[in-house]
Ligand binder design. Sequence first.
Ligand SMILES: CC(C)(COP(=O)([O-])OP(=O)([O-])OC[C@H]1O[C@@H](n2cnc3c(N)ncnc32)[C@H](O)[C@@H]1OP(=O)([O-])[O-])[C@@H](O)C(=O)NCCC(=O)NCCSC(=O)C[C@@](C)(O)CC(=O)[O-]
Length: 301
Amino acid sequence: MSLPTTVKIVEVAARDGLQNEKHFVDTAIKIELINRLSAAGFQNIEAASFVSPKWVPQMADGTEVMAGIERRPQTIYSALTPNLRGFEAALAAKADEVVIFGAASESFSQKNINCSIAESITRFAPVAQAALDAGVRLRASISCALGCPYDGETAIETVLDVVKRMQDLGVQEFDIADTIGVGTPLKTARLMEAVATLVPMEQIAGHFHDTYGQALANILAALQVGVSIFHSSVAGLGGCPYAKGATGNVATEDVVYMLHGMGIHTGLDLPQLVDTGAWISAQIGKPTNSRAGRALFLKNQ
Ligand SMILES: CC(C)(COP(=O)([O-])OP(=O)([O-])OC[C@H]1O[C@@H](n2cnc3c(N)ncnc32)[C@H](O)[C@@H]1OP(=O)([O-])[O-])[C@@H](O)C(=O)NCCC(=O)NCCSC(=O)C[C@@](C)(O)CC(=O)[O-]
């Protein structure tokens, strides 16, 4: 078993982390969060989501957020784009990367983006073409890859089918998302290996929610089969509006603590992440969901 020596972490707190917050988080707080995350050294930060404000009101200020952040030249600032309208807004906001987001479950696709999987691919096709024409990086997220809150188990073949259809659109990075955190390590490893029969391992990302406490174990399992991109959210912020009971993403501080402890390079400054996790938790009035974040914060008091 040879583990990757370097891992890219895509920090999703400002998007996935905040999108489900009941009270509107001020634009200035979102901007400061992203600036703090940039300073901690991320290569990729999800900064906005150009979706319908009726569906996800928390993300309605994407244009202002993108205009207000201080951009670190080495960082890719991404935005979710469900359709051409979202793409045009993302392009105008100078997103470095756009994310089309589908699902490996019919029911979740309907609940999340109001269309079937097949219809979603048709809707994504012009977005993908526009991104390629504009020279904007194109990423795709596949929700419910390890299970769906409505349809139960997800078959590996269904995930592969969606990956293949997204690959045909020219997608450059594939986020295999455990939206409700039901995956377990051996299943995760099998799924990642299966996806890698279609696309290079370097283009596969693991996006794990920690609802059942499996996220770090799933990351380790994915690392062991060669995955080297993971998504996480500082303070473990998050939840999905269309997945009842889903908790946040795996906490960035926990992932970085584990990876650095294994001698794996992330380019991230853990003390700064701990401070940022404590800061955003105070801003939204919630305790952190990061075990490592809490322990390191208290140790330094
Ligand atoms: C996809 C749609 C738009 C279809 O929504 P729809 O209702 O089927 O489509 P529509 O075209 O009829 O649009 C409805 C309304 O939204 C407007 N609209 C339409 N598009 C846009 C746009 N881009 N920006 C702003 N407004 C837009 C449009 O103008 C219209 O406004 P109205 O006429 O009613 O006033 C809707 O279902 C939607 O916005 N869904 C977003 C859902 C979402 O953001 N979910 C969370 C992100 S995915 C996620 O978190 C999972 C992930 C990625 O983290 C991985 C994982 O863990 O699973």
